[in-house]
Write a protein that binds this ligand. Structure first.
Ligand code: SAH
Ligand code: SF4
Ligand code: F3S
Length: 458
């Protein structure tokens, strides 16, 4: 490594919205320090991998990508290789990187992202390898720059970490204990975003329902529902979403907020993980099937048009055919708009990794396919209910892929656009590019399993 490094950077992001947002912040800090983003790794003086460790294939993808860069280092190419995010928060991963990928220049974790520019500078100036991973987060850093992926929508962190220790999950080990940002700091950030033209905010936390905003001078901590009401009053913000909410902490106050907060989208991601109370207990989720279904009932009663999505794990240790059928029947009963489905993946250091009754791979795959069929059937049915209705759609970008029966060919001056309804349904339609960033009424003319097809109303 010489200190004659190109002032360009490239970030590869694995994992969840937290990581995406962390990458936006790292990009913001690098731009402030005079670096330019480039779209190809090979053009970059600083190559960054922001890693995820949630399932084994996330680990594999990371090591695969890292392996591809090895030859470039061996050929003497001059770039700084940085690894950050959830993987290096685990000692065994640091040991593997040190042993097999000794040419990685800078390793840091999830708790010291705000130190990245300083670490990088030291790494370059002193021409030495740096490993700096903190076991826990300190004071929540405020006022960090951010290079947003979208102009009209933005992620906003409201809390960090997780205290829940679901027995399968690595996150409490990689993100540390729960820490909430102060409500006034969040409001200040959202006001600045609104001034910058942002219309939609997505509030981020591993468990937003346990948000507890320290409120100097007030007699109690600000709850998540109170925070929503504060943000609802920020001028210019038209849509507020949040993720993820844990069913065990979903309060009646939050359900009420859907009625009182004008800008709160009628959408909730409420991971169920399993439909079997026995499995939920072994997962340490602190709710059972009945409680979950009761919550869904209250949500639907208070907000009849709410869109509900979920996460489900198939093949958790000890899951029997009867347990799995409970999951299928719960999915049918709830009628999810969509769901992320995962094969259980053993995570080193978590309690479930030591459970002896692991489910054979073959059984997991067979159940997974059956579950996907039930989920897709439900999604298609829910989407079909929208045909003929007119929805407000926030136009986000040009469509990545054109799809859907009945989608008009773009006319002169038009492209195929993608947008989202209040309920977060993906809508494709033909229209002028200038609509990107605007909320427009769209008539839904047909539906697919994963998206809707619309037409602009003139
Ligand atoms: N904090 C969020 C989830 C974050 S992880 C929540 O509690 O809802 C996102 C999803 O990954 C989880 O909901 C779970 O379905 C899945 N997941 C986590 N650990 C997993 C593992 N070891 N194997 C398979 N899926 C896992
Ligand atoms: Fe993982 Fe459970 Fe925390 Fe979600 S709530 S991040 S699944 S430990
Ligand atoms: Fe992955 Fe870490 Fe998010 S493990 S899912 S990047 S919190």
């Amino acid at each position: 490594m010489s200190n004659d490094i190109k002032k360009t950077f490239h970030i590869t992001t694995f994992g969840c919205q937290m990581n995406e947002h962390d990458s936006e912040i790292m990009a913001g800090m690098l731009v402030k320090a005079g670096y330019k983003p480039v779209s190809e790794k090979k053009e970059a003086g600083i190559v960054i991998m922001n890693t995820c460790s949630i399932r084994e294939n996330a680990d594999k993808r990371f090591f695969g990508t890292l392996g591809q860069l090895k030859r470039r280092k061996e050929n003497g190419e001059n770039f700084i290789m940085c690894v950050c995010g959830c993987m290096p928060q685990q000692q065994h991963i640091i040991d593997t990187i040190k042993g097999k990928y000794p040419w990685v220049d800078l390793i840091f974790g999830t708790h010291n992202i705000h130190e990245f520019p300083r670490l990088l500078e030291n790494c370059i100036n002193e021409q030495r390898k740096i490993i700096d991973v903190w076991p826990e987060g300190g004071e929540v850093p405020e006022g960090m720059p951010c290079k947003r992926l979208y102009k009209h929508k933005s992620y906003v962190n409201i809390m960090y970490g997780c205290n829940n220790f679901c027995t399968y999950c690595i996150v409490p080990y990689t993100r540390g204990r729960e820490r909430s940002r102060k409500p006034e700091e969040i409001v200040k950030e959202v006001q600045a975003l609104a001034r910058d033209g942002v219309k939609e905010i997505m509030l981020l936390g591993q468990n937003v329902n346990s948000y507890k905003g320290r409120n100097d001078g007030a007699d109690h901590d600000t709850t998540f529902a109170e925070l929503l009401c504060m943000l609802d009053r920020v001028d210019g913000i038209e849509r507020i979403r949040f993720m993820t909410s844990h069913p065990k902490d979903l309060s009646p106050e939050l359900i009420k907020a859907f009625g009182t907060c004008k800008h709160l989208c009628h959408q909730i991601h409420l991971p169920v993980q399993s439909g079997s109370s026995r499995v939920l207990k072994r997962m340490n989720r602190h709710y059972d099937r009945e409680r979950y279904l009761a919550l869904i009932g209250s949500l639907r009663k208070a907000v009849p048009d709410i869109c509900i999505t979920t996460d489900i794990i198939v093949g958790f240790p000890g899951e029997t055919e009867a347990d799995f059928e409970d999951t299928l029947s719960l999915c049918r009963e709830v009628g999810y708009d969509s769901a992320f489905t995962f094969l259980y993946s053993v995570r080193k250091g978590t309690p479930a990794a030591g459970f002896e009754d692991q489910v054979p791979e073959e059984t997991k795959h067979e159940r997974f396919n059956r579950l996907v069929d039930v989920i897709n059937e439900g999604s298609a049915r829910r989407n079909a209910e929208y045909v003929g209705r007119t929805m407000d759609v926030l136009i986000e970008c040009e469509a990545k892929r054109e799809r859907g029966d009945g989608l008009d060919k773009p006319g002169p001056g038009q492209v195929t656009l993608s947008g989202r309804t209040d309920g977060f349904k993906l809508v494709n339609l033909a229209g002028p590019k200038e609509l990107i960033g605007q909320i427009v009424p769209v008539k839904i003319i047909s539906s697919n399993t994963f998206s809707l097809v619309g037409k602009l109303i003139n």
